[in-house]
Design a protein around this ligand. Sequence first.
Ligand code: GLU
Length: 550
Amino acid sequence: MSEKERIELAEILFPNIKHDRAYYENMYPERSLTEGAMVTRFGPSPTGFVHMGSLFGAFCDYIFAKQSNGIFYLRIEDTDQKRSIENGVEGIYKDLEAFQITPDESEIVAGDYKPYIQSRRTEIYQTYVKDLIVQGLAYPCFMKEEEIAAVREEQENNKMKIGIYGLYAVDRDLTLNEIKEKLENKEEHVIRLKSPGNSKNQIEIIDCIKGKMKLPENDMDIVLLKKDGTPTYHFAHVIDDHLMHTTHVIRGDEWVSSLPIHIQLFKILGFDMPKYAHTAPITKKENGNIRKLSKRKDPEAKVSYYEEVGIPIEAVKLYLATILNSNFEEWYLNNNDKTIGDFTFTFDKMAVGGTLFDLDKLNNICKTYFSRKSGQEIYDETLKYTEKFDLEYNKLLKENKEDMIKFLSIEKDGERPRKDIAKYSDVKEEFSYAIDSLFEEENYSKNDSDKTYDINLIIDYVKNYLDLNVSNEEWFNKIKEFATNNGYASTPKEYKKDPDNFNGHVGDICEAIRVMITGRTKSPDLFSIMKILGKDRIIKRINLYQNKIS
Ligand code: GLU
């Protein structure tokens, strides 16, 4: 086809496209950002909710943009109607907001590169395709579904690469008249790329995460515009990332195989390439096998799961940060007063293979997170959580506010703060002894000790010796004295040396008190608990225990 014919064809195919490329290039000028600033984007399809894999992607985008004083924007990629659901976009905004992964630009915030919804950019895509037609780099393809299926079958039988390329691209060289005829006959068509590539050639690309990659050059005449005139992902993202001036495309590595297509598109369109960073999938270990985290099978793949079980969003983000950079966790554990914003993330510390999503690890991170919160903060946040998910406990928390804060504040100071809570819903369990009615109701159900204790000895101790107005040290010295006076060793070591000579050691007395007043063998500092409870409640609980075992 001559150039004149190609111009005619472009007009026939796109009579309503009046602007040219320059129009859009002027409309979306370069961003004025400082050197090194990254422009990243999160490009979800509106499938309703964000799952952990894509949240991780958005988190990466956000982190890299923010730490380089760049821009993180949200672009809704809704060109595939099959994957879009009604109100799907709202779900995305909501989930991002919940995680405070706030875009600088999106359809509903600000931004000079609007629209940020692909379905509203059709005219832009068509303008560029029109130009490719003129250049002889794209063509209308009228192949019917049955024909494409037959090609596929033949390729499968001959163990060939599947797709429309080379000799299979039968409409590549249609004449203008042939095309006109087909159009007159109302034959449906897509617009395909006329790929200038040869798959025998290798192209080289440096991926920010995976490093140097060698891939075969693209020779597929992929679809640029579908029958309804809307673009494919391949084409739309290239145009958008160019016009929106994305510097780093961070996306899942399932896209690596189509990277040669994208590189070719950037090249033939005459655009500068952004840098690509392909992230490893988030995986899960199940019965010794590793598989991708699944939206269907794994509740933790849904971001709403965390709110429901009471895992703070900040803690989930800390966990995402540990998956993002392999050196984050150690840094976080060693820096008590620091958090995500203080760390510098780099691509070279990102996983190249799969990233294991490990709930135990998440649990540990959560415990560290809570250990750094004050009793008051944990109280306030648990109150909010229970307002939504446990109204009954919420009422009890309000009624016992003062005590609750005191209990939650035990062992918070010092080098190694307590690490017992991993989620808001743990507070009720872990601190069941903090609220009388709850404690009585539970009736020592958490006591994992099968020992029998000398109740009279403990009653005698509490009534006649326990002084709650002393320091922790004084209290301990006194209980040691009480132990010795009653035939107990003052240290476990002393007891072990000569067990027959003692009834037990001071630790056994403490354990007895602990079991009687908290219903469990392990608890935060015993004396602190006793101080908050006060003598009367301690005695009441010992009596309760006595009734329970008699
Ligand atoms: N819309 C694509 C998806 O949902 C995004 C891929 C990309 O970030 O480029 O998978």
